[in-house]
Design a protein around this ligand. Structure first.
Ligand code: ADP
Ligand code: MG
Length: 348
């Protein structure tokens, strides 16, 4: 079973969804192509429409307009259980009276798979999520993380065309979450199937994804690889949602200049800049030790605030409250739109 599965594409075209009585759509004219085998993440603040779009793919929520296709086949009007998709939500939703292996076997029994085949597949998939030794336990005898791994096993055991995950790690504490993140990344590598993953956690999105779709107000405001989104955000909203930056007034009205903390170094006020460097005086507001780095908070004249990340190997010769010169290369500053135009119009 732990072999590469067939890879399937998902295409969403002009999807719009109004919930009954709502004045504005929860999903507003969204189009998206998910490549076969891709790890696609929906990232955005609470209420931005991530769960609604995932539920549209799953078939739990119907469209007011638009279409969903898998491998070019229109599935817009297909019932959820006919779509052949695996689904995992934040709440484990295991059957409490069934053992781990009975839980995992359930979707196979529903599909009339033979007993011998069920046994083989359940064993293999429990090994995949490293729960081979827990087959006969009941859900209540497992930790939250183990329960969620059972849910993962149950969602992929019938070899669905894609796996849809809605904040599956949201209920777990930080350490467990980090561990399960790695497990999910490994599952994706080993199975090779298409994953669509919802989170509001930017670190989780950056760690796991081939591509990230950033949601705001029912729209996808930018889509790209983690590196593209981090290095080339198209708006202040995306820049702020994915990492920190120093934000300064831009050359034109409606734009800002952003510089990421790892691109800002600090010099004494008396220093000069080299060719290609830009600088601004700033006051150090705080210095935080973060293991491999020091994070230095900066306040600029005119009210802008920002930060500089200094590798801990370089000793910092400044103190809190001191005036310094914040220095960066011109190529590392980036102009972005203050507001996302799409998000604005969606907000009406
Ligand atoms: P997210 O998953 O990004 O937090 P959702 O897709 O759950 O966002 O919600 C998007 C918008 O739709 C929100 O304004 C939310 O209040 C609304 N919404 C979600 N589910 C329902 C529902 N079942 N009925 C009415 N409104 C809903
Ligand atoms: Mg949600």
């Amino acid at each position: 079973f732990v072999r590469m599965m067939k890879k399937h594409s998902i295409k969403i075209s002009n999807a719009t969804r109004y919930y009954p009585g709502a004045a504005k759509p929860a999903i507003d004219d969204v189009s998206l192509d998910i490549a076969p085998g891709e790890f696609m993440t929906f990232l955005g603040p609470s209420g931005s429409g991530k769960t609604t779009l995932l539920s549209i793919i799953a078939g739990f929520v119907t469209l007011s307009a638009g279409s969903v296709e898998i491998d070019g086949q229109d599935i817009t009007n297909l019932k959820p259980h006919k779509r052949d998709l695996g689904v995992v939500f934040q709440q484990y939703a295991l059957f409490p009276h069934m053992t781990v292996s009975q839980n995992v076997a359930y979707p196979l029994r529903q599909r009339g798979v033979s007993k011998a085949e069920i046994e083989k597949k359940v064993r293999h998939v429990l090994d995949l999520v490293q729960l081979g030794d827990f087959a006969h336990r009941l859900p209540r005898q497992l930790s939250g993380g183990q329960q969620q791994r059972v849910a993962l096993a149950r969602a992929v055991v019938y070899e669905p065309r894609a796996l849809l995950l809605d904040e599956p790690l949201g209920a777990l504490d930080k350490r467990l979450r980090d561990r399960l993140q790695l497990e999910i990344a490994r599952m994706h590598r080993e199975l090779g199937m298409t994953f669509v993953f919802v989170t509001h956690d930017q670190e989780e999105a950056l760690t796991l994804s081939d591509r990230i779709a950033v949601f705001n107000n029912g729209r996808i405001v930018q889509i790209g690889t983690p590196t593209e989104l981090y290095q080339r955000p198209n708006s202040l909203f995306v820049a702020r949602f994915l990492g920190e930056s120093t934000v300064m007034e831009g050359p034109n009205q409606g734009t800002s200049i952003i510089v990421r903390p790892e691109h800002i170094s600090l010099k004494g006020l008396a220093n000069n800049c080299s060719e290609g460097e830009l600088s601004k005086p700033a006051r150090i507001t705080d210095i935080a030790f973060a293991g491999a780095h020091l994070k230095v908070g900066l306040a600029f004249a005119g009210g802008a605030i920002g930060s500089s990340l200094i590798t801990a190997g370089n000793p910092l010769s400044f103190q809190r409250g001191e005036e310094v010169l914040a220095v960066w290369n011109r190529e590392n500053q980036h102009a972005v739109a203050n507001e996302n135009v799409a998000a604005d119009s969606a907000a009406g």
